[in-house]
Design a protein around this ligand. Structure first.
Ligand code: ADP
Ligand code: MG
Length: 479
């Protein structure tokens, strides 16, 4: 894959340097788009040259126009068939994208853009599809419905866009995206836009893209950065030091490494007794239990995941504010591996290491291998920075029913937003497993969601639901 990391001002940012027809340039002027934003300047030349593209830039950077101008350039207006499909994670985003595409398409008459999302009745959508459209913007769930019914035909498609791909992955849409991509002609251009770059993106690109060019606009002031701090502890202070760190820095998600299983167990007990939401990942968990631990940690309804190096192998967590080396590892490479899990993409991350006198030799090895000298702070400098206990922002609701029951993320989102009236922004990750679905919701609405879901329906069926504890206080209740 080719990566172009473009400094913001490296290229001319005039739209007129692009191979766009005069009427398109005039329209951009009319819209007040006097020059390209950096992501547009970096991605439009590649997209207009026909390349597949992975583009990453933060929210509000003008990504919509970057793909909209490309898909419009591929459009043959006289051919009245769906030639471009834009997948968006939510109805609100799909509607925003539709509006922007319409504004950019205004240069030419008669370009028809259609939005297909859940939460709207089917019949008008079917009627609109019968009338035909050049461009369809929609959410994966509803698009799947139309493909299954045969009401959406993608034979003439030449551009597939995945907008906010990271958010779609978060919401569990990978399988739906795969199914939709498979129904698109092989000869097509695929454009993927994302604000962050979780590992699932590589999976998408390997599966559905052809030699994509990669454009990343790193915020100039925030390179991926891990801030390491070392703390000297006595053995009796060690476990308590973890809660001092949590109360001082208040990270949303923390991965805590111990060298032994026993230490993991002890730490989880201490943290829970102090009211933190902590879960342990260890080798003896059944697959189902392991999944539940991972789901709750990754969707931000558990503050601390405690693990040994072996148990943490292969973990893929996109957002991690902090790593704590509860026990410092004697192996320098393992240390690098542990702390590399934080500070990904453009995020900053903390790595705190607790070190006893006996372990100072390990720190020496780590400094040598890493070519840095360690920064130290005293436990006594840590103070509780808020009166509120540190609580995870989300809570997880388990729905007993998953892929086996043909439940899809879109169905759950639809039930919560359309049927039950919650806002899309209050809903976090949705994980659909074989037999269970896990949906993260804002802490403040969890009880209400639970009550309404218990009395409501998902995909026309009533469902059993329960609130998961995310490792909060006391013993975990059994499902
Ligand atoms: P993103 O998808 O990266 O979050 P949007 O595509 O929603 O960002 O664009 C953010 C805002 O910037 C929109 O209001 C859009 O109309 C505006 N915008 C996009 N490109 C330009 C440009 N070249 N000049 C001025 N405004 C622009
Ligand atoms: Mg966008």
């Amino acid at each position: 894959m080719n990566t172009t990391t473009q400094p913001a001002a490296a290229t001319s940012s005039e739209f007129s340097r692009l191979p766009l027809p005069p009427h398109a340039l005039e329209n951009l002027q009319r819209l007040g788009y006097t020059s390209m934003t950096p992501i547009q300047a970096a991605s439009l030349p590649l997209a207009l040259a026909g390349h597949d593209l992975i583009a990453q830039a933060k929210t509000g950077s003008g990504k919509t126009a970057a793909f909209a101008l490309a898909l419009l350039a591929n459009l043959n207006v006289r051919r009245f068939a769906v030639q471009a499909l834009v997948l968006c994670p939510t109805r609100e985003l799909a509607e925003q994208v539709t509006q922007e595409v319409r504004r950019l398409a205004a240069a030419e008459d008669h370009i028809k853009v259609l939005t297909l999302c859940g939460g709207s009745t089917m019949r008008p959508q079917l009627a609109s599809l019968e009338h035909g459209a050049h461009i369809v913007v929609g959410t994966p769930g509803r698009l799947m419905d139309h493909l299954e019914r045969g009401s959406l035909n993608l034979e003439a498609l030449n551009t597939l866009v995945l907008d906010e791909a990271d958010r779609m992955l978060d919401m569990g849409f990978f399988d739906d995206i795969a199914t939709i991509a498979k129904q698109c002609p092989k000869q097509r251009q695929t454009l993927l836009f994302s604000a962050t770059y979780p590992e699932g993106i590589a999976k998408i690109s390997a599966a559905f893209m052809r030699e994509p060019k990669e454009v990343k606009l790193l915020a100039a002031h925030a390179p991926s950065k891990i801030r390491q701090l070392f703390f000297e502890v006595s053995e009796s202070e060690r476990l308590h030091a973890v809660s001092l760190l949590l109360n001082h820095y208040r990270p949303v998600s923390t991965l805590a490494f111990c060298n032994t299983k026993q230490q993991c167990r002890d730490l989880v007990q201490v943290l829970r007794a102090q009211g933190f939401a902590a879960l342990e990942l260890h080798g003896e968990l059944e697959q189902r239990e392991r999944d539940q631990v991972m789901v709750q940690f990754a969707n931000r309804s558990c503050s601390v995941l405690v693990a040994t190096d072996i148990a943490a192998r292969g973990l893929d967590i996109a957002q991690l504010e902090a790593v704590i080396n509860v026990d410092i590892t004697p192996d320098a490479a393992t240390h690098t591996h542990r702390i590399g899990r934080t500070g990904r993409v453009d995020e900053e991350g903390w790595a705190w290491s607790l070190v006893s006198m006996d372990e100072m030799g390990s720190v020496g090895k780590i400094e040598q291998a890493g070519g840095f000298s360690s920064a130290w702070k005293k436990l006594s400098e840590l103070t509780s920075t808020s009166k509120e206990p540190l609580r995870p922002p989300m809570q997880t609701i388990q729905i007993l029913g998953g892929r086996k029951e043909k439940i899809r993320a879109g169905d759950v989102l639809g039930a919560l937003t359309k049927d039950l009236g919650f806002a899309g922004a209050q809903i976090g990750k949705i994980n659909v497993n074989e037999f269970s679905t896990y949906v993260a919701v804002e802490r403040g609405i969890a009880a209400e969601v639970l009550r309404k879901l218990a009395g409501g329906k998902v995909k026309g069926r009533s469902v059993k639901v329960r609130l998961m504890e995310g490792g909060e206080g006391g013993a975990e209740r059994q499902p």
